[in-house]
Ligand binder design. Structure first.
Ligand SMILES: Cc1ncc(COP(=O)(O)O)c(C=O)c1O
Length: 406
């Protein structure tokens, strides 16, 4: 599949926004969906629908097979050792909550430390905060440097004998910094500390290999990977899924239920309580096929060229201040313009059909550290082009004119 005309695979681009072609630069928030994914949802509901893992009739067995096929596709896509290490969740947020809650139950007590970074999304902070409240766990933050990166040294500085788990983002959704996950995991494991990676921004933009990264947990957001909403993935090493308690109770996750007691189902059912997001899981297989068809190597090369081009034109634009200058950067261009609130920037750009995000991007700790309340963020997907970035820049210029800036 050719990246240069890939927009035609996405029906959303057939529509106009305020009479303009859509320039979608908000993929870090959620990506657009290729036709194959949308069609798969429609086909499943109209021709193949049944709940999975319960009944023995034709539709139920066929749907269960499709559901499990996606698990195997995900396993291959991220090179996990075993398909039972793939747990479907309702999003990356739920995947991280699952880890915080179950790991917290078995492994954390008052005074223990959870080490996060200043780059973390609220989804990788708030679930740990609950343990601060309920158990008296302490949260430490590895600091960013002036380029908006978190280095291995910055992590090492904050590790103490009380550090019981490290939670790090793979790719910052604000500065775009790509963290040295493999090295962080090696360091952590040398001290017997497990590592959870928030892979929401990593998974759509980087080639993943769980066996090589060797992290203990990796959280994925399917709606940022050209997949349906309401679906996430937790990759966890089998030893953890076997050892940790279930996260939610209900149908589907049990072995035997008696008045006297309950046993839990085998992996991964133990972590998939209740009716799951069946159509979304089945359609997500099409997202993976799509990514494989385009090729992650090609996607990475394409997005690298775009990010370099985007940085180049925005750096030349007076009064645009890019946030962060990491050595390895992916997919996001966050910026501020002195004298214009990011919400005003986003609103004016929207009139031209340019969709960006403004706010703190669920990273208030980072924005506090940068001493700004909010920023504007243009984020890239496989469908973006240099032309999109030129339109972003000319729309920013229009915005500056309105505010009488040079
Ligand atoms: C870095 C990061 N972590 C976590 C999340 C939450 O993911 P989800 O929407 O799948 O719960 C997001 C989504 O914005 C994100 O960008």
């Amino acid at each position: 599949m050719n990246i240069s005309n890939i927009k035609k695979e996405f029906p959303i681009f057939d529509n106009k926004v305020h009479n303009n072609d859509l320039v979608y630069l908000d993929s870090a928030n959620s990506s657009q969906k290729p036709r194959v994914v949308v069609d798969r949802i429609y086909d499943f509901y109209t021709k193949e629908f049944s709940n999975v893992g319960r009944s023995v009739h034709y539709l139920a067995v066929a749907a269960t097979n499709l559901y499990e096929n996606t698990r195997t596709s995900v396993q291959k896509f991220i090179n996990a050792k075993d398909s039972n290490e793939i747990v479907f969740t309702k999003g990356a947020t739920e995947a991280i909550n699952l880890v915080a809650s179950t790991f917290g139950q078995n492994h954390l007590k008052e005074g223990d430390e959870v080490l996060l970074t200043e780059l973390e999304h609220h989804s990788n902070y708030v679930p740990w905060h609950y343990l601060r409240k309920s158990k008296g766990v302490k949260i430490e933050f590895a600091e960013i440097n002036e380029d908006g990166e978190v280095t291995l040294e910055s992590i090492e500085k904050k590790i103490t004998p009380k550090t019981k788990i490290i939670g790090v983002t793979h790719l910052s959704n604000v500065t775009g910094a790509i963290l040295p996950i493999k090295e962080i995991v090696q360091l952590a494991h040398s001290k017997n500390i497990p590592v959870l990676v928030d892979g929401c921004q990593g998974a759509p933009h980087l080639k993943l290999d769980m066996q090589d990264l060797d992290c203990d947990f990796y959280a994925i957001s399917c709606h940022k990977m050209y997949g349906p909403t309401g679906l996430g993935i937790l990759y966890a090493k089998k030893k953890w899924l076997e050892e940790l308690p279930p996260y939610q109770g209900g149908g589907g996750m049990i072995g035997e239920v008696k008045k006297e007691g309950i046993t839990y189902g085998d992996l991964p059912n133990k972590y998939e309580a209740g009716t799951m997001a069946t159509a979304q899981v089945i359609a997500f297989d099409e997202s993976i096929k799509f990514l494989n068809k385009v090729g992650m190597d090609k996607i990475i090369k394409h997005e690298k060229e775009l990010i370099e081009y985007g940085q180049e034109i925005l750096r030349k634009n007076n009064s645009v201040k890019l946030i962060g200058n990491p050595k390895t950067k992916g997919s996001v261009l966050s910026f501020t313009i002195d004298g214009i609130h990011p919400h005003d920037i986003a609103t004016i750009l929207d009139e031209d059909g340019v969709a960006i995000r403004a706010g703190h991007h669920c990273c208030q700790i980072l924005h506090d550290k940068l001493d700004i309340a909010a920023s504007a963020r243009a984020s890239l997907g496989v469908y973006n082009t240099k032309d999109d970035l030129d339109k972003l820049n000319s729309s920013i210029n229009k915005c500056k004119k309105i505010f009488e800036l040079k």
